[in-house]
Design a protein. Structure first.
Length: 74
């Protein structure tokens, strides 16, 4: 997979902590940072999904159970 270069400014203490963690756990720094970005993006997407679902009408439990029974899933 092709990669691109991303440059960021971070606090030197954060960089030091990142380097120490990566050395101690045998993790490649680039991989750690990329995974952290992906995790955060997924988390933000989950939050957006939750916000959207709050506006959907709720279905009473009795209706859900009746529907499952009709479908033979209870």
């Amino acid at each position: 997979m092709p990669t691109v270069h991303v440059s960021v400014h971070i606090d030197p203490a954060v960089e030091d902590a990142l380097d120490r963690y990566c050395r101690a756990h045998g993790v490649v720094r680039n991989h750690f940072v990329e995974e952290a970005i992906v995790d955060r993006l997924e988390e933000l997407e989950d939050i957006q999904d939750l916000k959207r679902s709050r506006h959907e009408p709720a279905q009473p439990l009795e209706e859900v159970l009746a529907e499952l029974a009709r479908e033979g899933q209870s």
